[in-house]
Design a protein around this ligand. Structure first.
Ligand code: ATP
Ligand code: MG
Ligand code: MG
Ligand code: MG
Length: 576
């Protein structure tokens, strides 16, 4: 590609509403243009990186035996009503009507449509297992679209869905996807961690997230440096709510919790920065019993220190979001939970509410995991949370309690991460809801065992940049760089020798399969260098008349402090 023919458009400053570095750099490098909140055009420079991410994903999905298809962006409400998600999904599901007043939704994910396909086309166990995937636009009307492509409303996702005969077979499909994800994220050249995750609104009971490690990540990963254990903080929280020894008390039995929120989500809802100091952690409920005790769906509430008025304002905000929602007062919480062993909600049996005083929101992870010098003291009744797998829970306990960790004492560390992929075992949740069956070898109809597997294609770009950048711009991992190398001729229009040698090198690199750019704009070196460093091209070769006289070119890797002089004849080898 020649720069004079390409659409290059860089900015010195990012628009003032850009919040995080990846968003700023993508805008400045001309990779994306904002059309509305969370809705972007992918410009030629950005699209090249997206296509590379897609190509790696597609290759590994195909290698893993999955089959590509494309499902509609606009999906009929009837399918979403069959699973109940038409009502349950809330405002994230963007609904629209056609000219006949029929209801449709823009796909935020595609379990319904793919299950509908399966019930029509997969009739026999002989056709199983099957895994269908698409790389397709998604729309989620996120409450707070932000950070550019990282939390867009319209974005590109790879979503895959597996169909199996039995739970064991579905486990194998899950493992195949898990391994494929490891290959994908290895190939993308990103530092990541696979972590155990809560199963969220989508359901199921086996779930891992692939998290790109970055300080600006929205998720908190709790991990044990001395063992394989790693979990999203949401799961760590869920586990902390397990009954430690006592059976749930009367009146506190497990209830399904539509619209439950996690601590982190509440912090998010309240716009609470993670570094804010927390005065106490209390439970709030959307229903209370006659005695005013929380019942039904519960919500974690972080009370910020010395901020009562603010809390009330924020309570009002949540109220607006959840009809009928009510906060339990601190006194109520204390009365109800403060003294009853084995039945404590947010607080351990020997501990008053104020145990969490002076901790930051981020520190809550330590607290709920009990990773302090006093050991694991946190206990509570599970109030309507879906529990994670029992042995996973045991793992976490063991780590936290230090039983099998090699140093004899489990400590947990916390890292921030960006969720770029998610694998779920769904069981028969969707196939039962939609009565999707196949005939098994005994001639009887059975519900499909399913799994679903997502990757945020466009989010990966943001995550890669959050992890790899410097003051000058983006530093792309080679596999997803919009261009792998750039040839910068100094004096393109004036020097035939420079022109000739640049063209020859460009042709040689192209012939060797390098995705190379020839900067024939006849710009000054400073301008060319600033552009390509901002855009983040991994390899740069500069050719000038003076150097060429001695047969010398300059090579600079994007992470190198300065350029090195290299014989022209050898310079291609730095890139190939
Ligand atoms: P998050 O917790 O960040 O809201 P999610 O758990 O809702 O993500 P999934 O339903 O697991 O997302 O979707 C699969 C993948 O799609 C995610 O792992 C993420 O990489 C990507 N993704 C989800 N929401 C967005 C978004 N708003 N913008 C860009 N990518 C997204
Ligand atoms: Mg989400
Ligand atoms: Mg998530
Ligand atoms: Mg997820």
């Amino acid at each position: 590609m020649r720069a004079s023919q390409f659409h290059l458009f860089t900015l010195k400053e990012a628009p003032s509403d850009a919040e995080v570095v990846s968003q700023k750099l993508m805008l400045r490098a001309g990779m994306i243009r904002k059309a509305a909140a969370g809705i972007y055009s992918y410009m030629p420079m950005g699209l090249r990186a997206i296509r590379k991410v897609e190509a790696i994903i597609r290759e590994e999905m195909n290698r893993a035996g999955a089959m590509e298809l494309v499902m509609p962006l606009v999906q009929p409400a009837e399918l979403w009503q069959e699973t109940g998600r038409w009502d349950k999904m809330g405002e994230e599901l963007l609904r629209l009507k056609d000219r006949h007043e029929r209801d449709f939704a823009l796909q935020p994910t595609s379990e319904e449509v793919v299950t509908d396909i399966a019930r029509q086309e997969l009739k026999s166990y002989r056709q199983l297992p099957k895994n269908f995937y698409q790389i397709q636009t998604k729309f989620r009307d996120e409450r707070r679209p932000r950070f550019g492509v990282m939390r867009g409303r319209e974005f590109v996702m790879k979503d895959a869905y597996s169909f199996d005969r039995s739970a064991e077979a579905a486990g194998r499909s899950y493992d195949i996807m898990y391994a494929a994800y490891q290959r994908i994220f290895d190939r993308l050249g990103l530092a990541y961690r696979a972590v155990a995750a809560d199963t969220g609104a989508i359901g199921g009971d086996r779930s891992h997230e692939f998290q790109v490690i970055a300080d600006t990540g929205e998720d908190a990963i709790v991990y044990c440096p001395t063992s394989a254990y790693a979990a999203n903080i949401e799961l760590a929280e869920a586990v902390s709510l397990l009954p430690h020894r006592a059976a749930p008390e009367e009146g506190l039995e497990k209830t399904p919790t539509p619209g439950r929120e996690t601590c982190a989500e509440v912090a998010d809802l309240l716009d609470l920065p993670l570094e804010r100091t927390v005065k106490s952690l209390v439970l709030a409920a959307d229903e209370v019993d006659e005695a005013g005790r929380p019942a039904g769906a519960t919500v974690w509430l972080l009370l910020v220190r010395g901020d009562h008025e603010l809390n009330e304002v924020k309570a009002g905000k949540i109220d607006g979001l959840k009809a009928g929602f009510r906060f339990a007062s601190e006194t109520e919480i204390l009365e109800h939970f403060g003294s009853r062993p084995g039945s404590l909600g947010p607080i351990g049996p020997r501990r008053p509410v104020r145990i969490v005083a002076d901790r930051t929101v981020a520190d809550m992870a330590d607290f709920v995991c009990g990773a302090n010098e006093e050991g694991f003291h946190y206990t509570g009744v599970n109030w309507g949370r879906d529990l994670p797998e029992p042995d996973l829970v045991a793992d976490i306990r063991n780590v936290v309690e230090g039983d099998p960790s090699p140093d004899g004492r489990g400590t947990l560390a916390i890292q921030r991460g960006i969720e770029v992929g998610h694998v779920f075992y769904l069981g028969t949740r969707y196939s039962e809801a939609m009565n999707a069956t196949f005939l098994d070898d005994d001639g009887k109809p059975k519900h499909f065992e399913m799994g679903c597997y997502g990757i945020g294609v466009t989010r990966i770009l943001g995550a890669a940049i959050e992890q790899n950048h410097d003051a000058r711009g983006i530093i792309w991992p080679v596999p997803i760089a919009p261009f792998e190398a750039v040839v910068c001729p100094v004096g393109w229009s004036k020097s035939p020798a420079v022109r000739e040698e640049s063209q020859r090198l460009y042709d040689a690199l192209l012939a060797a399969g390098v995705d190379v750019m020839l900067d024939d704009r006849d710009e000054r070196p400073g301008v060319m260098f600033a552009d390509w460093e901002l855009i983040g091209v991994p390899h740069r070769i500069t050719l000038g008349e003076r150097g060429l006289k001695d047969g010398i070119a300059e090579y600079q890797g994007r992470r190198d402090g300065e350029a090195s002089k290299v014989p022209v004849a050898d310079v291609a080898a730095f890139v190939i």
